[in-house]
Write a protein that binds this ligand. Structure first.
Ligand code: HEM
Length: 511
């Protein structure tokens, strides 16, 4: 049975994909022999050096030199030293049966690989992705009763495994949901109609990065044609893509193609009609004007979380009223765009700062609030170290301050917007290290993108051992992802201190 394991994550800068460990001038290719693995894809440190990766690189994105759409995320390991994590020698690449299928490779083949470099200067995030779901292990023409699969659970699992990984059309993934192994084949990406493309969204029609904002549309084989027709009735290109997909499906090897028993998808999302973009919302200002704004741009406005996350019943465009006037909101948008692009904020005149500060407070846009405060000379950075006692006192005074892997986060004002409800956090997560709880409740990892808004600093190094840690530690994979997502944390040499406490707890549990 083919297996699927989480892909190693590559670090990202300002929302765009980067291979920061690459020395862009000198990276080359390498001829590698394919070997089998059941775990994450691996190359050795020697091979990494040959490919031009830095000596401390832990992961990389590879593609076939002959040009494949599929991008392979590999971990770099120190050969034998990795023991249980898998072994790979110099000149080899260890990949799963599913990845071999995706790259049209098999064990023993010698192939030219090179580092994948994403397109420069344009966002690489997928706006939408479409996939066909079948049951792995069924038999063709099976009379077995169709299996019901909740698309929400499937989507969560997809995001858990592939969040910020590159997905390509025709790539297949094996996902375990509700005790079943399901085969998901990517049938299309970024299927925006011309109008939506004109909005300026990056348009890579065959691959891109899966993010929390990617719209995911899944179907089972029987419903594919209907959904394709509904989405783009006059799009010849897409029809051809579907025909190619169908042909590609026929090429699936026996082990994967056994997926023919019926799957009934529950809660599957319907595509919006042509011309309607789910990636935008209509922001209505307090003087009656409205702006179409990319949902992803507004994400740092934490006061809008519920409004932005709400699934749109019916097909009318989402409308988000804000208590900000048009001129000020225009400037807020300039700030949000700079924030999304990782650029310096626009230099607003001092007289503009008070209304902008008020808008920032209303929107819960902390970076703008801080920017205005700095400009007005009201404060410098809010970031600092906290003693454990200080956090307890803030909570005793009615606040909701979390400790997550040593980070100190103030979610007090955001509680009513928390998608998991306003009660669970104060009831369960205060005055302890909530990283395991956080891992368990947030499979989709969407929660990561909010952390920066709530970050006020770190628990003082000398107080870290005072913070009660749960019996069950967070997984090392989760901690790794968390650290990848929080490069902006205050630098503490013990940043992974709690991680090592958890490792100790894990070790003592094993013995
Ligand atoms: C900074 C802290 C937090 C952030 C930014 C956050 C964010 C989110 C987000 C975005 C979701 C919906 C998407 C998803 O399921 O991943 C969510 C759901 C949820 N959160 Fe949180 N959360 C935080 C802390 C916590 C804590 C400490 C707990 C538990 C004590 C918790 C419990 C839940 C629950 C139960 C759900 C619903 C899960 C489901 O429906 O499957 N959250 N949270």
């Amino acid at each position: 049975m083919p297996s699927w394991t989480p892909r190693p994550r590559i670090s990202f800068v300002s929302g765009s994909l980067a291979q920061p460990q690459i020395d862009a001038e000198s990276h080359g290719g390498a001829q590698l022999v394919v070997i089998d693995t059941d775990g994450p894809a691996l190359i050795s440190r020697g091979t990494a050096a040959q490919l031009g990766l830095a000596a401390d690189a832990t992961c990389a994105l590879l593609q076939l030199a002959s040009g494949s759409d599929c991008v392979l995320a590999v971990s770099v390991v120190d050969g034998e030293a990795e023991g249980g994590a898998g072994h790979v020698s110099d000149g080899q690449v260890a990949i799963t049966a599913v990845q071999q299928y995706n790259l049209h490779l098999s064990v023993g083949m010698l192939e030219d690989f090179r580092l994948f470099v994403p397109p420069a200067g344009v966002p690489f995030e997928l706006v939408d992705v479409e996939g066909e779901v079948t049951l792995l292990g069924g038999t063709e023409g099976s009379t077995e009763e169709a299996v019901q699969v909740d698309v929400r659970a499937l989507t969560r699992e997809l995001l858990r495994l592939c969040f910020r990984a590159v997905l390509a059309v025709n790539e297949v993934l094996v996902l375990a949901v509700g005790g079943r192994q399901l085969l998901l084949r990517i049938t299309a990406t970024n299927t925006l109609d011309a109008e939506a493309q004109d909005e300026g969204v990056a348009y890579h029609c065959y691959r891109g990065l899966l993010t929390q904002d990617t719209q995911i549309y899944l179907h089972s084989p029987g419903t594919q044609q209907a959904s394709a027709a509904a989405a783009a009735p006059e799009d010849g290109g897409r029809q051809q893509q579907h025909a190619e997909n169908a042909a590609a499906a026929e090429l699936l090897p026996q082990s994967l193609a056994a997926a023919r028993a019926g799957v009934v998808l529950l809660n599957a999302r319907q595509r919006p009609p042509a011309g309607f973009s789910r990636s935008s919302v209509k922001v209505v200002t307090n003087d009656g004007e409205w702006f179409p704004v990319k949902r992803v741009l507004l994400r740092p406005c934490i006061a809008l979380t519920t409004a932005l996350r709400a699934e749109q019943a019916g097909l009318s465009e989402a409308e988000v009223p804000v208590d900000v006037d048009t001129l000020t909101f225009d400037r807020v948008l300039l700030f949000l765009e700079a924030l999304a692009l990782g650029q310096e904020p626009p230099s607003f005149g001092l007289h503009l700062c008070p209304p902008l500060l008020a808008a920032a407070r209303w929107l819960g846009l902390r970076p703008l609030e801080e920017h205005c405060q700095e400009r007005l000379g009201e404060s410098s950075s809010r970031l600092r170290f906290y003693s454990f006692d200080e956090v307890r006192q803030l909570n005793a005074a009615g606040g909701c301050w979390l400790i997550l892997d040593g980070m100190v986060l103030d979610v007090t004002c955001w509680l009513p917007e928390h998608p998991g409800g306003s009660k669970i956090i104060p009831r369960q997560a205060l005055n302890l290290d909530c990283s395991r709880m956080f891992e368990l409740y947030h499979a989709s990892r969407e929660s990561f993108v909010f952390l920066r808004q709530f970050y006020f600093g770190e628990i003082a190094p000398e107080d870290r051992d005072l913070v009660p840690a749960p019996d069950e530690p967070p997984s090392s994979e989760f901690l790794q992802q968390l650290h990848d997502f929080t490069p902006w944390r205050l630098q503490v040499e013990v940043a992974t201190h709690l991680g090592s406490r958890h490792a100790a707890a894990r070790a003592s549990k094993r013995t």
